[in-house]
Design a protein around this ligand. Sequence first.
Ligand code: NAG
Ligand code: NAG
Ligand code: NAG
Length: 597
Amino acid sequence: MESNAGDDDSSKNLNDFEKANLDEAQESRLLGGMKEKYVDLGRKICVTILAVAFIVGLITFIIHIDPNNQSDSSHDNDVLIISIIRKVMPRKQPQPDKYTQALRKALMFFNAQRSGPLPKHNNVSRRGDSGMKDGFIGQNLVGGFYDSGDAIKFNFPQSFAMTMLSWSVIEYSGKYEAAGELNHVKEIIKWGADYLLKTFDSSADTIDKIYAQVGTGDTSGWSGKIDTPNDHYCWMRPEDMDYPRDVHECHRCSDLAAEMAAALASASILVHGAETLYQFAGDKKGRYSADITDASIFYNSTNYWDEFIWGATWLFYATGNTSYLERATSRVLATHAGAFSGAPSYGIPSWENKLTGSQVLLSRLRIFLSPGYPYEDMLSTFNKHTDLIMCSYLPVFRSFKRTKGGLIQLNRGVPQPLQFVVQAAFLATLYADYLDASCIPGWYCGLNFYTTQVMHDFAKTQIDYILGKNPRKMSYIVGYGQRYPKHVHHRAALIPKNKIKYTCEGGWKWRDTKKPDPNTIIGAMVGGPDKHDGFRDVRSSYYYTEPTLAGNAGLVAALVALSGKGKAATSIDMSTMFSKVPPMFPPMAPGPAPWKP
Ligand SMILES: *[C@@H]1O[C@H](CO)[C@@H](O)[C@H](O)[C@H]1NC(C)=O
Ligand SMILES: *[C@@H]1O[C@H](CO)[C@@H](O)[C@H](O)[C@H]1NC(C)=O
Ligand SMILES: *[C@@H]1O[C@H](CO)[C@@H](O)[C@H](O)[C@H]1NC(C)=O
């Protein structure tokens, strides 16, 4: 990814948002009765529906296991009836909905970004093996994914992308399966996890470094004179790269280590390695991008407290060890991570800010398992924060500006808006599904009650905008829809595969031509439009036309969450996330001192 311009926006319009954040006592006084009634009514209906579904399921199950049904003639009758039904009702495959269609494409971006020896059927015809010498003697760093339009491998956004993909699979494996993409997405996650495991000593109990980046992008300070050619200077197909690919390591990199722990824990691969990383994160505190100048230019991490909470949460889910839950719900960590500060980035989920995702993830625990004391205090706070963040996304509160076409400006006017939008759309859909699954009909923003449908609608309108429902009537996903970006800032898209090896500078002519890309990089979501719904389909305008792994991972998550017809309460998988979580019987909170006469 190219470097970001500074945040030039000073209109941190949080006033309405804060207004929505009513004094708690006041809110409950005003709403108490009404809230109870509403929730109760919803719950009764929902419990009835669940009970009916359960009984129907049970009957089906009994019929299935009834041994009499297996061998005798009644079984033949069943088969006969089923085959009659099949004949009477032609099994026409319904056309998959647009989210499913876009999902299939969005996943293909990861195939296109693969580094190392490609699997036999990678299904991106122009791509071949590349980066085969990444690493150095004794340290094989072959594999993983290229980050964006260049061929740098950045562990920080890459592991975040893997965490998001894993999260979406844990919640929505049924929908992936229905889309026929479950194996595909799992394969992608495994590819990423295998690489991350090469970047530290995963067999050790303690480590002192991580290989955090392969390839270099900084070309500043060259002052006209060509320094060592690098990943930004050169425009070559990844298969042809012949310039040096530096390895950058870090020794104090809590944010990176905790994010990698989250990625591996969520992938449930080698939890041992994940725990080692998390311990390293705590032992040697530091920001990884303070250790690695090149990373600070492209993916500067401003603090590591959010990753501590995020990593601890994932490790708790992956191991069931409550000491991680204690960390994740520590008030000290939450304070450092800005949970109470209302900072400009508050509520804006991204590769740099995992607080929002953590708040949703921990609300899940409260909503479904309510573990009670001693966690309830922070869990209810996070749950309330999540409610407020969802309020802030609604147009009526004007916490964020919107373009005329309706795109929420979570980026507050800085470029590349879509990566934030897809994250928010995913979290909103997921949170609405949590509430639906537990028969909670909606949530309060101040005095106003909103149904979960409102949260869904927010996500839908935003993703629909990205898919083409916008003033320019263009899709921001390459290869999806009638009109999409044709001049993507991406080396493997714009240099043809024609048996000619274009040199480092020889590729510039392809970068600079006005002709459309010779290769369609299917499924790549570009940076996106500006705050006036405008878009420059120009390669050098990387703010508009460059895709990234982290952006596509959020897109995939949002798409799978919205895919499938209707808004069924069964759309999430409630239990897989908790499969390692021990039964939590809330112990009694310490009561008042015994009464003495
Ligand atoms: C490529 O497509 C084939 C057929 O659809 C599928 O079986 C295979 O898993 C795909 N490969 C990858 C790497 O996605
Ligand atoms: C990265 O973030 C740190 C901490 O906020 C800040 O001090 C530093 O100036 C930033 N670096 C760049 C290159 O933006
Ligand atoms: C839980 O994690 C803590 C901190 O990493 C560790 O000290 C402890 O041994 C773990 N407990 C179990 C039961 O694994």
